[in-house]
Design a protein around this ligand. Structure first.
Ligand SMILES: CC(C)(COP(=O)(O)OP(=O)(O)OC[C@H]1O[C@@H](n2cnc3c(N)ncnc32)[C@H](O)[C@@H]1OP(=O)(O)O)[C@@H](O)C(=O)NCCC(=O)NCCS
Length: 242
């Protein structure tokens, strides 16, 4: 495990990611990186007794004067899949590499789960047998039944209950307390509102759905920096059914 780490994002869940990292690697030197406009005014974040610097660009030369290998690995601190995608693209372009997904010692993870890179499994998570997380997955205090698959950038917020053999697409955001019936598929970049019950496949990508049963309420509003990172064919496909 690296003794330095870049955490993408500077919000509350990035501070939570910091604590998860410290559990497995006490004293690891950490930087938060966030170049988005809303983060520009915060230069330092207090986490417990530590003052952690927030960097607003992708030039780490100042931090590597004494050791070129420092601050090469990153994990995603933020929960919003769209923001994750934007910052991960920039991190990879800057030559950073995802660290193995960090797992809280207070999470329950069966040994046959696979956890990808660049993500965080937070305290109170339960991942039962043969769950497969892609890269940059954020899994808060929620339960995931056997044989589920989470695509890259997906986020499962606290209180969700996902039954077995479910496929959660890339970039899906499951709102607080959502329940998902077994063996369903949720298409990529779907946001499911809090306290929803997903009882049928959500097949259209890039929508917002909520309710019990969860149904589409609108298309997602993707901000321009997110749209800039996608090939246009993908976007055409995303809006194919409109
Ligand atoms: C689904 C969601 C994305 C919609 O956000 P939005 O588009 O900004 O929607 P609004 O807040 O403007 O609400 C629009 C309408 O939908 C209703 N609504 C919003 N979310 C709802 C939900 N989860 N269940 C039922 N109704 C909901 C609102 O009451 C409002 O109804 P109205 O038009 O009759 O007043 C959001 O409400 C949500 O649930 N996000 C997830 C939050 C979460 O889990 N955060 C985790 C932080 S770790």
């Amino acid at each position: 495990m690296s003794d330095t780490m870049v955490i993408l994002g500077s919000c509350g869940s990035a501070r939570e990611a910091y604590w998860v990292l410290q559990e497995s690697n006490p004293g690891a030197e950490t930087l938060f990186v966030n170049d988005l406009p809303e983060a520009q005014e915060v230069n330092v974040i207090t986490v417990g007794k530590q003052q952690v610097e927030v960097v607003h660009d992708w030039d780490f030369s100042n931090f590597r004067k004494h050791r070129q290998s420092a601050f090469r690995k990153f994990i995603c601190g933020m929960g919003d899949p769209i923001v994750k995608r934007i910052l991960v693209c920039k991190a990879l372009a800057a030559g950073l590499e995802p660290a193995p997904t960090q797992v809280s010692s207070n999470a329950f993870v069966r040994p046959d789960c696979s956890l990808g890179r660049g993500g965080v499994v937070h305290p109170g998570a339960y991942l039962f047998t043969n769950v497969c997380l892609g890269d940059y997955v954020t899994f808060f205090c929620a339960r995931c039944g056997h044989d589920c698959i989470f695509g890259d950038y997906a986020t499962c917020t606290s209180g969700c209950n996902i039954a077995g053999h479910t496929v959660i697409g890339e970039g899906v955001h499951l709102g607080l307390g959502t329940a998902v019936r077994q063996s369903l598929t949720i298409a990529p970049w779907v946001t499911v509102g809090m306290q929803s019950a997903v009882v049928k496949d959500l097949t259209q990508p890039g929508i917002v759905a909520f309710g019990a049963p969860a149904v589409k309420v609108r298309n997602a509003d993707f901000p321009q920096p997110f749209l800039d990172t996608w090939p246009s064919e993908w976007l055409r496909e995303l809006r194919h059914n409109d």
